[in-house]
Design a protein around this ligand. Structure first.
Ligand code: PLP
Length: 393
């Protein structure tokens, strides 16, 4: 029909089906809703026919492309991409549990996850017990008739501790529990927990998978039954990822293997370098033979990763002196970007804990956590050498 320029501005570009060949890169479907030519098409879309998109909170091609890629990479049937790692963890726990249920959780879980369990889910009468999951014998006595979930991390923060998957899988099978593993620190390049018997993997895509510190997103990956159940909650609660963010993560994903290789190689060099420094009290890195779980790490991971922490004398003051004297390396309360960064667990990720709780977990006030980046390893070591020289003995 003939339209005025006022109407044309709205309708001129509508429904343009311009592409005959396949785009090399998945395009960004930056649309909140899809339109239909007939009620028959509406029926097909609502009955779940493939490609029948309706409204982007229910599903969007850019987001779905990332979901399919992540499912393949983690070795799951399906994945669900969410607006953050915490959104993925929240959707997972609230789908698996209901009022009156109980969760067993690693005591050194990421602070956000621990806070969710301790302060938010308790309001809905979902209780949690926190335990040192590096000691499997301590877990079994905590199982109750109402226990539904065990949640752990592949590599924990900031002590880089591991859990023995074989022991945990035997336990969850014996008591019919759902094992959820946060694989953020390892990424599927270093570990695929579903292959080792976990039921669900959650991860912050904000970290290694996107890898460029410019997106906040998360995902949960697993078997169809679990993911369909979580998807119901996810669509109703609404913490979906934007198509553009999904596209950016997809772009980051393509270099994940290369980045993880370089993060790992650089972290090993820095860990060995720091170990040899007289002002460093100790270094936590699973790749070091002196790490208490080095053998387990070699068995469960296909690389030791890009994260390490070390302790300097002098508590928070000592750590602050080192952090201030770094020149190339910035203080960043996140991780897994291309640039090396440091953080201070006592003042950031674990500030919600009391000093006694931190001491019990082994988190010293003089601890500095390093997310080792992709720069030349000698430059990274030189910056730390310079910073340590500026610290009082
Ligand atoms: N899991 C781990 C291990 C994390 O370190 C983080 C964030 O730092 C999260 C989950 C939460 O991810 P997001 O910040 O994307 O919500």
């Amino acid at each position: 029909m003939k339209m005025s320029k006022w109407s044309q501005a709205i309708h001129a570009g509508k429904g343009a089906k311009v592409v005959r060949s396949r785009p090399t890169v998945q395009p960004i479907f930056q649309t909140s809703v899809f339109s239909f030519d007939s009620l028959e098409e509406v029926d097909q879309a609502f009955s779940g026919q493939e490609g029948g998109y309706i409204y982007s909170r229910y599903g969007n091609p850019s987001v779905q492309a990332l979901e399919q890629a992540l499912a393949r990479l983690e070795g799951g049937d399906q994945a669900l991409v969410c607006s953050s790692g915490m959104a993925a963890i929240t959707a997972t726990l609230l789908s698996l549990c209901q009022a009156g249920d109980h969760v067993i959780a690693a005591e050194d879980l990421y602070g956000g996850t621990r806070g969710l369990l301790e302060r938010e889910l308790t309001r809905f009468n979902i209780e949690s017990s926190f335990v040192n999951v590096t000691m499997p014998s301590k877990i079994e006595p905590l199982v109750r008739p109402n226990t539904k979930v065990i949640i752990v991390e592949t590599i924990s923060n900031p002590l880089m501790r591991l859990v023995d998957f074989a022991a945990l899988v035997a336990l969850k099978r014996a008591y019919r529990l759902t094992l959820v593993v946060d694989n953020t620190f390892a990424s599927p390049m270093l570990c695929r927990p579903l292959e080792q018997g976990a039921d669900l993997v959650v991860e912050s895509l904000t970290k290694y998978i996107n890898g460029h510190s410019d997106v906040t997103a998360g995902a949960v990956i697993g078997g169809t039954d679990n993911i369909e159940r979580i998807k119901g909650f996810h669509i109703q609660s609404g913490a979906v990822a934007s198509p553009f963010d999904a596209w950016l993560v997809m772009r980051g994903l393509q270099t994940l293997p290369l980045r993880m290789r370089q993060h790992t190689a650089n972290a090993m060099i820095l860990a060995e370098f720091l170990t040899a420094q007289p002002l460093v009290v100790c270094v936590h890195y699973p790749g070091l033979p002196g790490h208490g779980q080095h053998a387990l790490a070699a068995k469960q991971l296909s690389g030791f990763g890009g994260m390490l922490s070390f302790v300097v004398h002098g508590g928070s003051y000592g750590a602050e002196q080192v952090v201030k004297a770094l020149s190339m390396v910035d203080f960043v309360p996140s991780l897994a970007g291309v640039a090396t960064s440091v953080s201070h667990p006592a003042k950031t990720s674990h500030r919600g804990l009391t000093p006694i709780e931190r001491a019990r977990l082994g988190i010293d006030d003089g601890m500095i956590r390093v997310s080792v980046g992709l720069e030349d390893a000698p430059d990274i070591c030189a910056d730390f050498a310079h910073a340590l020289r500026h610290k009082d003995n």
